[in-house]
Design a protein around this ligand. Structure first.
Ligand code: ACO
Length: 311
């Protein structure tokens, strides 16, 4: 790739042109997108598991219908994103194999267990809240198919966030035992939610290049701060407390200060050592193996139709 090509490409990015599948692009740009979109798709698919675990135990028909719809949305987002990644010349089989072999990552957050119904509230409020904070700017990502996919995804995510917050509100205004459940869920999900935004900017390997190419529009730390600023007043409104003694409004900065994140925990979970990593991958492997006959039958059917057409 010569310098003139890279400069011309950067000029398109700087002019806010959208890059489309058949446009020439630097290999690094393509690779970064395949990695990020693939990981994002895997996160949506694996993200169905912790909440799917509660569909049969939702406390009312209304809650069950909302949760079912939300989990189905996540499945839809995953398929949408796999399609967006496929426009870059990678196949879904390849991406799935990389997930199952542990080569491709998925969000750390989905390796934590969902212990009580309040976790469903906390996930909607915090995890989907963090996802929206990260994904709204991706609607302006320089790669057209990813940016367009994000528009619908974000609309659905905002419904997910609201259903979660409403569960939290109901619990926080319920009996003392229900309020305790809400507090316990906030205590367990708060720090992992902050970790979702990825390592500090100083340790973010891909950050600078992705910012330059306008794949990312904000850095990991910028988005994490925005999330904290938006979420703390919501927690206070619920009458709950955050598990961080250093969390406090900083008048001078116009932001909340917060305590140090446990990066050892983050990397342990990312590298497969979280409570649920094994079970998540085992569930995905089972789904992939159980679906093999469907994929084979669909291919055989397509092949038969093609042969008949040609005969
Ligand atoms: N969980 C697992 N891995 C992570 C996480 C996380 N929360 N955050 C960062 N990492 C990984 C990165 O993937 C990268 O590893 P890799 O080189 O093997 O791919 C490494 O840590 C270093 O991080 P960065 O250099 O900062 O990586 P990047 O620039 O890709 O930024 C981010 C990470 C912010 C997650 C980005 O990829 C992104 O915005 N992705 C799209 C959104 C997304 O995937 N959301 C999924 C969760 S939300 C949901 O599914 C509901």
């Amino acid at each position: 790739e010569d310098e003139a090509f890279l400069a011309a490409f950067q000029a398109r990015i700087d002019a806010e042109d959208k890059i489309e599948p058949n446009d020439p692009m630097p290999e690094g740009y393509r690779k970064t997108l395949v990695r990020q979109i693939g990981q994002h798709a895997h996160s949506e698919i694996v993200g169905m598991l912790p909440e799917g675990n509660w569909i049969t135990r939702a406390p009312s028909l209304r809650r069950k219908a909302a949760l079912l719809a939300k989990v189905q949305d996540e499945g839809g987002h995953g398929l949408y994103l796999y399609s967006a990644a496929e426009t870059l010349g990678v196949s879904r089989e390849q991406m799935t194999e990389e997930l199952l072999s542990g080569k491709a990552k998925y969000s750390s957050i989905f390796n934590y267990p969902t212990l009580t119904w309040a976790d469903i509230g906390a996930i909607g409020w915090l995890v989907d809240g963090a996802a929206i904070m990260n994904q709204i700017p991706l609607c302006r990502c320089s790669y057209g198919p990813y940016a367009r996919a994000m528009i619908r995804v974000c609309k659905e995510e905002s419904f997910h966030q609201r259903q979660g917050y409403e569960i939290m509100m109901t619990l926080a205004n319920g009996t003392a035992e229900q309020k305790d459940m809400a507090q316990d869920a906030l205590d367990r999900w708060w720090w992992p939610s902050l970790m979702m935004f990825g390592p500090h900017d100083s340790d973010s390997q891909h950050g600078d290049r992705s910012m330059k190419w306008k794949i990312k529009r904000f850095t990991n730390d910028e988005l994490r701060q925005k999330f904290v600023d938006a979420t703390v007043p919501q927690g206070e409104f619920l009458g709950l407390t955050f598990p961080d003694p250093e969390l406090k409004w900083n008048e001078e900065r116009g932001h909340y200060d917060f305590g140090p994140i446990d990066w050892d925990e983050f990397w342990r979970v990312v590298k497969g050592g979280g409570t649920m990593n094994r079970e998540r991958i085992a569930a995905r492997r089972k789904a992939w193996d159980d679906g093999k006959w469907v994929r084979e039958a669909a291919l055989a059917h397509a092949e038969k139709r093609r042969a008949r057409r040609e005969a």
